[in-house]
Ligand binder design. Structure first.
Ligand code: NDP
Length: 267
């Protein structure tokens, strides 16, 4: 039988940004189940505390870290405090993200900048802060959360598309920079996942359009991303770096045309 101990995260310390709910909370629970001690970051103390209780209720270890990932001046102090208190920092999951939907004429610089700050600049800033303790301890794992929008686009979410494309670039750039220090940097590219971020599209034509464009013909749950995160965080992925691993039900491997649109087309 195969030795599965390479997938264990026993003895590791993991920081998940925006881990209070949604996809981030699922990542936190899965990493804890695999053996890691969790530090759950979120904006709000109550959200972070609740997430920690949820991890502890399933037998895991977790502590909250309440800060805004766009508070760039104070990130290093937050991260250094975590590494000092827990003795190490092995895994960073850059999950915190926001989405502002608006056509270009209604999407001014404050909103554009907010999305880029949260979804892209913070990925760099938190990674940079974590790289220091990871280098000092001889290695680490950085996992960024991309999107199908890291390699495609659609109207009405231009800042999100720009940020998520940037996350792919950052993943490759950081992988090149940090590889010599035994720090791997990869991204997960989720397809459409039911969370607060997109719950409002339930029952609209968009919900069905996602299904039509996904070979697996459904939306996914946050839990369906977690096996990939555990793998990328583990020793089993020790030579995997600079990659965007799509977990999208085949959406981005698919033609953007659905069958009904394709009828009569010659190719
Ligand atoms: P949610 O909105 O459900 O959760 C995002 C979490 O991030 C919230 O807990 C939020 O806090 C927190 N957060 C937002 N901004 C900050 C900040 N500046 N500092 C600290 N925490 C912050 O989103 P999802 O779980 O759906 O998304 C998680 C990630 O997955 C994002 O990067 C998103 O882009 C990506 N993704 C999501 C997909 C989907 O279909 N849902 C598809 C592809 C990618 P608060 O609760 O206080 O707002």
């Amino acid at each position: 039988m195969a030795d599965l101990s390479a997938f264990s995260l026993e003895g590791r310390v993991a920081l998940v940004t925006g881990g209070g709910r949604g996809i981030g909370l699922s990542f936190a629970k899965a990493l804890a189940k695999a053996g890691a001690a969790l530090v759950i970051n979120d904006f709000r103390a109550d959200t972070a505390d609740e997430a920690c209780h949820a991890v502890e209720a399933m037998g895991g270890k977790a502590r909250p870290a309440v800060f805004d990932v766009t508070d760039f001046d104070r990130l290093e102090a937050h991260v250094d405090g975590i590494a000092r208190d827990l003795g190490r920092l092995d895994i960073l999951v850059n999950n915190a993200g926001i989405l502002i939907r608006a056509p270009i004429e209604d999407h001014g610089m404050p909103d554009f900048t907010r999305v880029i700050d949260t979804n892209l600049n913070a990925v760099y800033a938190v990674s940079r802060a974590c790289a220091r303790p990871m280098k000092a301890q001889g290695g680490g794992r950085i996992i960024n959360v991309g999107s199908v929008m890291s390699i495609s686009s659609r109207p009405g979410i231009i800042s999100y598309v720009a940020a998520k494309h940037g996350v792919l670039g950052l993943t490759r750039g950081l992988a090149a920079e940090l590889g010599p220090y035994n720090i791997t940097v990869n991204a997960i590219g989720p397809g459409y996942i039911l969370t607060e971020m997109n719950r409002h599209v339930l029952g609209t034509p968009f919900e069905q359009a996602v299904i039509d464009r996904t070979p697996m013909a459904r939306w996914a749950s946050p839990e369906e991303l977690t096996g990939t995160a555990v793998f990328l965080a583990s020793d089993a992925a020790g030579f995997v770096t600079g990659q965007l691993l799509m977990v999208d039900g085949g959406m981005t491997s698919n033609s953007i045309l659905v069958e009904s649109e394709n009828l009569g087309a010659s190719s």
